[in-house]
Design a protein. Structure first.
Lengths: 415, 305
């Protein structure tokens, strides 16, 4: 197939046409149709496709929430071409056979599916998984996401071993004894009688893991970092030469405890939505480039699992279909950061972490999306392609909307 | 007002109306025939997801005195045991046609959650550590009957403030009516953030001689020993209202307790020798106040289904 994207703004700045032939970008500039299917994208942004290393595809075991297929639809609708899927499935992804099965299931899906293997067998925090064999089967990183590896001797060995195998470990940094509840510890939580997940839980967990990683030379990646104190710890080890990277979610960048109804189960998420002061500090750090990239922690749940009193509601929110519009609306249009800086944090850097290259250049595989930067849209359930609908932006108006996405060389989504 | 979900955001005039009507209902309770036809034909559903004896009985007596039909939902015997979700349970019970739902749940915000999913009037009978609005109303009612006002009083609440919905509802109520609220308790159970909500954190022995209302909270059994408080005797030594501390209280000071009392832990038995210890009167007044709440929320609404 040959497509000619006519009249778009490359990276939101330079007017140029893009010719795509056999899945590759073959020409950027002033191009004539010459028999290609012409798609008029006049004046719209043409951007490199996004990548998200932290997604819960729920397969196998929780197909009523999401599957590899439905998460792919959701991803391309959000401008994504590559996602990393987390191993907290049932059974967990803790063997090379499981990794191979997932890779096989994903081959013909519209997005690149990259597999995170579990650090410990059964995600039980005791015995190491076969990280070498799983890496050979295609796992790009390892994580017991959803839980912290509590036993320090297990984590220390996991870091030594992962470092030898040349793979990063992703830590869900919350000391469980300080994170038994469901809400942030702050004045708002005190007022509403919440049960807490303390910011200290994150800070202390990061300290232990970062200290160990620096000691043994491993690459530690901190998932969904949410507190300025935790970030400071991570950065202090990085300054001393440790290989520590971090990611942040759109919901931790855009919501804070004093801006959400305290009883709304949608916003029950681990780590919890933090205070406005913490949020502000995290936006500032994100703007300055102190946080490496955005990951949505896309966590689908069925309506009946989510819509319950806080003590019973499943933790997590969806993110893939709204992440870019939401951050464009609230960080780019407000002048907090440039479009280019946002793209680095949502495309180039997370793609690099996944081990793939995404670029808008001649000769590259076509991984790009067209963004109608002026469209205003209200997020509605019926627009979401994920199998679940627990999106925190439901009912909210966002500026800018994904019009089409090329992923893995193919036209994967068109509104 | 359609619901009574919390004191914090409740309308001041509405709360005042409840307190005034409660006076009338209290007189009714003193008569030989205690039953009124006011809520005849209305159905009140009790969704008590946590054990409660006095609050539930109090609401039941209140509803029955007003001639409402009552339906009891108890999770131990219910299909929630079989995996039915809370929301499904709510929808099913509601489909039977109820006018009011009284909710007790261990989750903060549970009553708000129910209110979002029903057309019936919802009364919060305690949502986790968040609020217990009718308890605060009956406390205020009791105090007003004895001291004649709600403003300009010094209210001291002692105990496990962190986990107490009674403390929060009382804090909001007394602040709303212009009284001062002081909190005292073990530091592990009384975070400094409460000062930002309008309470003054005090040392018990600094203020005993000059308070109008002393509210003693129950120390939950599971918190008597362990990470919050080392032992019962240490708790009693520093935060118990012992006979020695009772002697230092002014005669006018009203002692309240939301019950049930751990005698000899948070409060010594000698409290009963004082005229102004009103723990049983609170229970009696609770029925009148809850009748007033039911009356104002349900009496004038049309049937909803």
């Amino acid at each position: 197939m040959r497509y000619l994207l006519k009249g778009g703004l490359i990276l939101g700045e330079t007017p140029a046409d893009i010719l795509i032939e056999d899945g590759r970008i073959t020409k950027i500039g002033d191009v004539r149709a010459d028999g290609a299917e012409v798609i008029d994208v006049g004046g719209r942004f043409v951007l490199p496709a996004l990548a998200d290393p932290h997604v819960h595809a729920r397969e196998p075991g929780f197909e009523h929430k999401e599957t590899l297929e439905t998460v792919s639809w959701a991803a391309v609708a959000g401008g994504y071409a590559h996602v990393g899927v987390m191993p907290n499935t049932s059974p967990p992804i803790d063997s090379p056979e499981m990794v191979r099965a997932l890779k096989a299931r994903s081959e013909n899906l519209p997005v690149g599916i990259h597999v995170v293997g579990a650090i410990t067998k059964g995600r039980e925090g005791r015995e190491l998984t076969e990280m070498g064999l799983m890496r050979e089967a295609g796992a790009f990183a390892f994580s017991d996401d959803g839980s912290w590896v509590s036993d320090p001797s297990v984590m220390l060995n996991a870091l030594i071993y992962a470092s030898h195998m040349g793979v990063p470990l992703i830590t869900h940094a919350e000391v469980p004894e300080l994170a038994r509840g469901f809400a942030n510890y702050d004045a708002v939580g005190i007022k509403y009688g919440m049960r807490f997940r303390s910011p200290l839980a994150e800070e202390l967990a990061i300290y232990r893991d970062a200290r160990m990683a620096s000691l043994v030379g491993a690459h530690l990646h901190v998932a969904h970092i949410s507190t300025p104190d935790g970030l400071e710890v991570a950065l202090s080890f990085r300054e001393r030469g440790a290989r520590i990277t971090t990611e942040i979610t759109p919901h931790h960048l855009l919501f804070s405890t004093d801006r959400i109804p305290f009883y709304d189960p949608t916003f029950r998420v681990n780590p919890p939505i933090r205070s406005e002061a913490d949020r502000r500090a995290m936006v500032d750090a994100f703007r300055k480039g102190l946080i490496d990239f955005v990951a949505t922690d896309h966590a689908p749940h069925a309506y009946y699992e989510k819509e319950a009193p806080l003590t019973d509601a499943s933790p997590g929110v969806e993110g893939l279909e709204t992440a870019f519009s939401a951050l464009y609306t609230h960080l780019v249009l407000t002048g907090e950061m440039s479009l280019r800086d946002l793209l680095v944090r949502m495309s180039a850097r997370p793609a690099d972490f996944l081990g793939v290259a995404v670029s808008l250049s001649e000769g590259s595989e076509a991984n790009l999306f067209v963004f109608d930067q002026d469209a205003e849209w209200k997020v509605r359930e019926e627009d979401l392609r994920s199998a679940s609908k627990n999106n925190p932006f439901l009912g909210k108006v966002l500026r800018g909307r994904v019009l089409m996405t090329f992923a893995k060389g193919s036209l994967a989504y068109r509104r | 007002m359609k619901h009574l979900l919390d004191i914090e955001t409740a309308d001041r005039d509405f709360l005042m109306k409840i307190l005034e009507s409660a006076e009338v209902f209290l007189k009714v309770l003193e008569q030989p025939s205690k039953k009124l036809p006011t809520l005849r034909g209305k159905t009140v559903l009790f969704m008590f997801m946590e054990p409660s004896t006095r609050t539930q009985s109090s609401f039941e007596v209140a509803a029955k005195r007003l001639s409402a039909d009552t339906v009891n939902f108890s999770p131990a015997k219910s299909s929630m045991r079989k995996g039915e979700t809370f929301l499904d349970t709510l929808y099913n019970l509601q489909a039977m046609g109820v006018d009011g739902i009284i909710v007790r749940h261990s989750s903060p915000g549970a009553a708000h959650f129910v209110a979002q999913h029903t057309k019936a009037s919802v009364i919060n009978a305690g949502d986790g550590a968040h609020e217990h609005p009718t308890q605060a109303l009956l406390d205020a009612f009791t105090v007003r009957r004895h001291l004649g006002r709600l403003n300009g009083l010094k209210v001291l609440i002692v105990g496990d403030i962190l986990h107490s919905r009674v403390a929060r509802s009382n804090l909001f109520l007394w602040r709303m009516f212009g009284s001062e609220v002081m909190f005292s308790g073990p530091p592990t159970l009384l975070p400094g953030e409460f000062e930002g909500l309008g309470a003054r954190i005090v040392a018990l022995d600094d203020v005993l001689e000059d308070i109008d209302v002393l509210m003693v909270l129950r120390l939950q059994r599971e918190r008597m020993e362990g990470p919050y408080v080392p032992s019962v005797r240490e708790y009693r030594r520093y935060w118990g209202i012992t006979r020695e501390r009772l002697r230092r209280l002014p005669e006018r000071t009203i002692i309240l307790h939301p019950g049930p009392v751990n005698w000899g832990v948070e409060l010594d038995w000698e409290a009963n020798d004082r005229e102004n210890t009103l723990i049983l009167e609170q229970v009696r007044n609770g029925v009148a106040v809850r009748m007033a709440v039911l009356y104002h929320l349900l009496a004038r609404t049309e049937e909803v289904g």
